[in-house]
Ligand binder design. Structure first.
Ligand code: 3HC
Length: 310
């Protein structure tokens, strides 16, 4: 008797058996993984740009070295994730063309400008903090290569978050101008960081299926709430005020209640109308074009080396 492969597949998922590249998988599982992993990879690569903007202007050699290391880490995260995505039978060039043509998404958060040094602190603390909240559960994603890529990524994200929070802590212990700079950065990065977790659960077309397939272990709103609960005390500890007049601890829920997210802003940024969308995409297209000679040289070397060993 022929067993329905979809039932066998779901049985493996429910039994927490990792799905590997050579295993049978529903085409829709493959498709949503390519969608999510490639956009995750794009986010890592585009995410290098806002911080790269401050490497030459870091206030000390120590800060420059830490920021340089972080930006290099993000490049590595992008490469792990493109490699994980390629195990699903899609090639790197296709993925990059989808990014450069504007067809593929990357995280909305990277379409905001980095105006002061305090933004380096806010990004490490809030953006990498949100990324950790979202990526730790992905270490248990049902697709083996994705889950394994996440383990190493998360170890490095922890360093990113701590160096960002330490920048904010240092500024809040500094002059009045430095404290204002830190508060200004929190004011600009708080709400876009909440948007990183995606639309509300009621507006998320992918979540239900992704949770059934254990790609997603928690919903967008669950992880967002966890981030708020974890981050608000950190802001208070360094004397910063979260820019949300509706934020208050709800003893009954044992969570923070917080204000409404501006989903119109979110949709505008996703549609390419954020403050830096065009600049970010142009920077990636330029880098790809200017780096063509490196790819050509590496390919020529590999082909020559291959001929010599045949
Ligand atoms: N920015 C851009 N697009 C977003 C988004 C955001 N913040 N949140 C959601 N979207 C998109 C989704 O991609 C989806 O569009 P698509 O169907 O065309 O792909 C649509 O909005 C609806 O969202 P869903 O909630 O239905 O989509 P998902 O189930 O895929 O959930 C997600 C969205 C939570 C971002 C999920 O894709 C995910 O967990 N991705 C992996 C983690 C990731 O990409 N993080 C981004 C930041 S990486 C980073 O911060 C690097 C760090 O080092 C700084």
């Amino acid at each position: 008797m022929e067993v329905n492969p979809e039932l066998l597949f779901q049985g493996k998922i429910d039994a927490e058996v990792k799905i590997e590249p050579r295993d049978w998988m529903p085409p829709a599982y493959r498709k949503t993984l390519i969608r999510q992993i490639s956009q995750h990879a794009h986010s890592e690569i585009v995410g290098m740009l806002p911080e790269g903007n401050w490497i030459t202007r870091a206030p000390s050699l120590r800060r420059k070295a830490a920021l340089l290391a972080k930006v290099q880490d993000e490049a590595g995260h992008g490469l792990y994730l493109y490699a994980a995505c390629e195990t699903l039978g899609v090639d790197r060039e296709t993925l990059l063309n989808e990014l450069h043509s504007g067809k593929a998404k990357y995280s909305s958060i990277f379409n905001y400008p980095t105006l002061t040094w305090a933004d380096m602190g806010a990004i490490g603390w809030l953006v990498d903090g949100a990324a950790i909240m979202n990526q730790v559960p992905l270490c248990r994603a049902s697709y083996g290569p994705y889950a394994r890529a996440m383990v190493r990524v998360c170890k490095e994200e922890s360093f990113h978050q701590r160096q960002g929070y330490e920048i904010m802590m240092t500024l809040t212990k500094g002059t009045e101008a430095q404290k204002r700079m830190a508060q200004d950065a929190l004011d600009r990065w708080w709400w876009p960081s909440l948007m990183m977790f995606g639309p509300s659960d009621t507006d998320s077309p992918n979540s239900a299926q992704s949770m059934k397939w254990k790609i997603k272990r928690f919903s967008n709103d669950e992880l967002r709430q966890r981030f708020v609960d974890y981050t608000v005390p950190q802001a208070e500890f360094i004397g910063l005020r979260v820019p949300d007049a509706d934020l208050r601890w709800n003893e009954e829920r044992q969570h923070y209640d917080f204000g409404a997210i501006d989903w119109e802003e979110f949709q505008q940024v996703l549609s390419g109308n954020g403050p830096c969308n065009r600049e970010r995409l142009q920077a990636r297209v330029d880098a790809h074009e200017q780096g063509a000679w490196v790819r050509e040289a590496a390919t020529a070397y590999a082909q020559k080396h291959q001929r010599q060993t045949v």
